[in-house]
Design a protein around this ligand. Structure first.
Ligand SMILES: [Zn+2]
Length: 415
C-alpha cells in the first residue's frame, strides 16, 4: 500500500458535501465516521462514509454513461487524436456532469476526487450511437412527424426503419409499459377524485347542473382539444379552480365563470403523468430489489409528459399540434392494463406550475344526474358526479398563466 493510499484510508466524507441525491444516498448507506474530513462537521452519530468507497462508487457509476476513449473511440494521430469529443476527469466532473460540491470552498474534495477517479480521456459511452436521452427525443420527434403528417390511425411494421429509434407503435407501448413499472397507473376509490371545470357564462347565462358543468354534448364538441379531436367528447378539468380558470379564461371582464367540482361515483383508474418521481442521477444506486434502471424509464416519461402538456396557440395549428397527444390519449384509452381499463389521464398544467389537469374519458352519458329522467339503458355507467359549484370573476392572477412564456423541458437533451 502506498502512502498515498494510506492517506485516503483515513478520510471520510459526509452527505452534505454533495448536492447529488444519488451520492448522498450512497453515503447515507455507508456511514462509519462521526466526522467529515473535508467540511469538518462532526456529530455524535456516524455521518461520513469512507472517501475511497464514495470515490469508487462515483467512478463505477460514471461507466454507465461514459467510457475511456481508449476502449471505444478510434484514434488517428494525423487527424488530431480521438475521433470524437473527450474530456479529462476534472472537465467531466465540472462541465459535463456539473457535479455540485456545496461545501468545497478550498476545492480539496474536488481535487481528491479527480486524483482518485480513473485518469481517462473520458467520452460518451458508445460514442457513435445516440445517448438514451437522444433516442427518446428522436423517437418522440419521429412519432410526431408520422402522426401529424403521414398516418394517424394505424401503424405499419415498416415504420421501424432505425434500430435506435422507437417506431410510433413501440413508442405508445413504451409509455404504458414504463408507466406500469413506475406505478403511475393508479386505482382511485369512489369519491376520492376532485376535479374542477370552469365554464364562461355570458349575458345572463347560469350554469349550475351536472350536465351544464360536465362534458359538453356531442353536437358541441367541434373543437380540436389537447387530448381529443373534434367530435370526440371528453371531460377536461383541473385539481384546483385556479388551474381550471388559468386553463380556460382568456380575458378580464368577459363574464363570470361557473366552476363545478366533480368526483367519481365508482372506482376509477388513472394514468398519472403529473406525479412523476424525479429522474435519478447517474450516481443513484439501484436497489437489488429493483429489476430495471429507473433513470432511462423516467427520462422517457418526463419527456412524454412534458411534450403532451405544452400550450398550443389556437390559431388553426391546434388541429395538427394536438394530434400527438390525441393519439397517445386514444391509445391509453383503448388498452386494458393489469389495474383495469384507464378512465383518464392526469397531466402537469403548463399554465399553473405544480398543479395538474385531467382529461377523463367521460361524455354526458357518464354524468350522474339527480332524479335522472334520461332513459336508462344496459351498460349505463354514470360515474361522474357534481359535488359542488360556485361562481367566480376572473382575476389578474387567474390569467397569469397565459402570460407565461413556453416552459423549458425538464431535462437537458442537448448532450
Ligand atoms: Zn462534509
Amino acid at each position: 500500500m502506498s502512502s498515498h493510499d494510506y492517506d485516503y484510508d483515513h478520510r471520510f466524507v459526509c452527505a452534505s458535501c454533495f448536492a447529488d441525491e444519488g451520492i448522498k444516498g450512497f453515503i447515507e448507506g455507508a456511514m462509519k465516521s462521526k466526522e467529515c474530513s473535508f467540511c469538518g462537521v462532526a456529530a455524535d452519530e456516524p455521518i461520513a462514509a469512507p472517501f475511497k468507497e464514495v470515490a469508487k462508487h462515483i467512478n463505477d457509476s460514471l461507466y454507465q454513461e461514459y467510457d475511456d476513449a481508449g476502449n471505444c473511440m478510434s484514434y488517428v494521430s494525423a487527424d488530431g487524436g480521438y475521433q470524437g469529443e473527450t474530456w479529462p476527469t476534472y472537465e467531466l466532473l465540472m462541465d459535463v456532469i456539473a457535479l455540485e460540491l456545496p461545501r468545497d470552498e478550498d476545492e480539496s474534495l474536488f481535487k481528491a476526487l479527480v486524483d482518485r477517479l480513473d485518469d481517462n480521456a473520458w467520452c460518451q459511452r458508445n460514442p457513435y450511437s445516440l445517448t438514451y436521452a437522444q433516442e427518446t427525443e428522436f423517437s418522440w420527434g419521429r412519432f410526431c412527424q408520422v402522426v401529424k403528417h403521414q398516418r394517424r390511425y394505424f401503424f405499419r411494421d415498416d415504420d421501424k426503419h432505425d434500430r435506435e429509434i422507437l417506431s410510433p407503435g413501440e413508442l405508445l407501448e413504451t409509455i404504458l409499459d414504463y408507466a406500469g413499472k413506475i406505478g403511475l397507473i393508479v386505482g382511485m376509490d369512489r369519491g376520492v377524485l376532485k376535479v374542477t371545470r370552469a365554464r364562461l357564462q355570458r349575458d345572463g347565462e347560469k350554469f349550475e347542473s351536472a350536465l351544464d358543468l360536465g362534458p359538453p354534448p356531442q353536437a358541441k364538441a367541434i373543437q380540436s382539444n389537447r387530448m381529443s379531436p373534434a367530435g370526440v367528447v371528453m371531460f377536461y378539468g383541473s385539481d384546483q379552480p385556479e388551474t381550471a380558470l388559468r386553463e380556460t379564461a382568456q380575458s378580464l371582464g368577459a363574464g363570470t365563470y361557473a366552476v363545478g367540482e366533480f368526483s367519481n361515483g365508482r372506482e376509477i383508474v388513472l394514468l398519472d403523468l403529473a406525479n412523476l418521481p424525479d429522474i435519478p442521477s447517474v450516481f443513484y444506486e439501484i436497489p437489488d430489489s429493483m429489476e430495471y434502471n429507473p433513470r432511462p424509464v423516467l427520462q422517457f416519461l418526463h419527456h412524454v409528459s412534458w411534450e403532451i402538456s405544452q400550450p398550443v396557440a389556437r390559431d388553426g395549428r391546434e388541429h395538427i399540434e394536438y394530434v400527438p397527444s390525441q393519439v397517445v390519449t386514444e391509445f391509453v384509452r383503448s388498452r386494458s392494463t393489469e389495474t383495469g381499463s384507464i378512465d383518464g389521464i392526469r397531466y402537469p398544467s403548463a399554465v399553473h406550475p405544480d398543479n395538474a389537469s385531467y382529461v377523463l374519458f367521460a361524455d354526458q352519458d357518464n354524468v350522474a344526474v339527480p332524479n335522472d329522467k334520461r332513459p336508462a339503458f344496459k351498460g349505463d355507467d354514470r360515474w361522474l358526479e357534481l359535488v359542488a359549484h360556485t361562481e367566480r370573476q376572473v382575476s389578474e392572477d387567474d390569467l397569469r398563466g397565459w402570460k407565461n412564456e413556453f416552459a423549458k423541458p425538464p431535462t437537458d437533451f442537448s448532450d
